[in-house]
Design a protein around this ligand. Structure first.
Ligand SMILES: [Zn+2]
Ligand SMILES: [Zn+2]
Length: 158
């Protein structure tokens, strides 16, 4: 199975267990800054295909449980107490890693320009990059310095 097939089959399993009536469907989306989404209008849970391939199996489960809890708790619950109770009850262990702008939290490479703008990369930066926020054209004064984060730091703490 490819990573995406694994995510799809895991989604089918978890959704069958927790949203058993079959009224919800699953799909991949193209988001780069969030892991998953619960689309109440379409009754559809989606997971980012870009991030899904980088997640461990545990991470995939957590992303799915996070979104399934939204489906169960309803759109009005937000991330409030009802959603949190629902999420905990189905096995979500609760970390912001799986919600919101996760791309930056997961990227192993963090760079900063002299002005302090942060940049994120999944792959080792191989060529000299200058900060596009400082100047739209390459300017050697704005070269980004890269640091590789230790794996623990890429796990959310909240
Ligand atoms: Zn959420
Ligand atoms: Zn900058």
């Amino acid at each position: 199975m490819t990573p995406l097939e694994r995510v799809r089959s895991r989604a089918a399993q978890l959704m069958a267990v927790h949203l058993g009536d079959g009224s919800w469907s699953f799909a991949f989306d193209h988001a780069k800054t969030r892991a998953g989404q619960c689309d109440f209008a379409r009754h559809r849970i989606t997971v980012s295909r870009h991030l899904a391939v980088r997640f461990s199996d545990d991470d995939v489960d957590q992303v799915l449980l996070h979104e399934i809890a939204h489906a169960l708790a309803g759109s009005r619950a937000g991330h409030g107490p009802t959603w949190r109770r629902t999420a905990a009850a189905i096995g979500y262990t609760g970390s912001r890693l799986y919600d919101g702008p996760v791309a930056s939290e997961l990227a192993p490479w963090v760079g900063t320009c002299p002005a302090g703008h942060e940049h994120f990369r999944y792959r080792t930066p191989t060529r000299l990059l200058a900060c596009a926020m400082c100047s739209r054209r390459f300017d050697a004064r704005n070269v980004i310095t890269w640091n590789r984060r230790p794996a623990e730091e890429r796990r959310a703490t909240a």
